[in-house]
Design a protein around this ligand. Structure first.
Ligand SMILES: Nc1ncnc2c1ncn2[C@@H]1O[C@H](COP(=O)(O)OP(=O)(O)OP(=O)(O)O)[C@@H](O)[C@H]1O
Ligand SMILES: [Mg+2]
Length: 223
């Protein structure tokens, strides 16, 4: 088992958004979370990416813990251990969240350079390989604002893969794309999964979810 989330509970103060929700993602699985607006899908994704705190529950990837259930609520690991956890998981945001003042290539290099993971030369080589795989290498020196939605999405995916995450999350990956671009993103995601990455996709697009998901979870089961 790659990601294991158990008894996740979250209340922003207006009633439970998640209540004792448990799920897993295995190696190579594409888990699709479908469900109506406001049912906690983004909240769940933000919790497992450590962008939001769970009130209660356990989250771990390959035995590396983010938090653990306890009588006093979710007990989070130390800041240093959280960093270790966060390197196991990546997220592609709905608005892509590219750095607008950096070129495509620099967008990929920013985080791994800041973490001093490797030399600029080695990281550039890796970034160019990923951009090539995403079919966007020709645009490496362009600014994000000059790219189409589908191209931005590919840059965001390449950027999230720079840290070799074991789990990769996508929030509404197709909401801004036509059917053809959605299909090419779907095939890219399948390719990433085939190499063993666990994928979580949140989507309203059931056609996409059924076509590319290997397992569908309904967010009506959250509460
Ligand atoms: N930071 C926050 N503070 C307070 N309430 C929040 C916050 N984030 C989300 N909520 C509430 O939690 C509930 C779930 O929101 P969430 O964004 O997780 O839903 P969603 O399933 O992703 O919806 P959508 O399909 O529209 O993206 C909503 O009622 C929302 O108003
Ligand atoms: Mg959402």
């Amino acid at each position: 088992m790659l990601l294991e989330a158990t008894n996740l509970t979250k209340d922003y103060g207006e009633g439970a958004v998640l209540k004792n929700f448990s799920f897993t993602i295995d190696q190579g699985e594409i888990v699709v979370l479908a469900g109506k607006s406001g049912t906690g899908k983004t909240t769940l994704m933000r919790i497992i990416n450590n962008l939001e705190r769970a009130d209660q529950g356990t989250v771990a990837i390959a035995g590396i813990y983010l938090c653990q259930e306890s009588p006093n609520g979710a007990e989070y690991v130390s800041r240093k251990e959280r960093r270790l956890y966060q390197n196991q998981i990546g997220m592609v945001f709905q608005d892509y969240s590219l750095f607008p003042n950096l070129t495509v290539l620099e967008n990929l290099l920013e985080a791994p350079l800041a973490q001093k993971l490797s030399s600029r030369q080695d990281l550039t080589k890796k970034a160019e390989e990923l951009l090539n795989e995403m079919d966007i290498l020709e645009q490496k020196d362009r600014m994000p604002s000059t790219l189409s939605g589908g191209q931005k999405q590919r840059v965001a995916i390449a950027r999230s893969m720079m840290l070799n995450p074991k789990v990769l999350c996508f929030d509404e990956p197709t909401s801004a794309l036509d059917r053809e671009s959605s299909d090419s993103i779907g095939r890219l995601i399948q390719g990433i999964a085939e190499r063993g990455t666990g994928i979580l996709i949140v989507t309203h697009d059931l056609e996409f979810g059924e076509k590319y998901g290997t397992r569908i979870l309904s967010s009506t089961t959250f509460i």
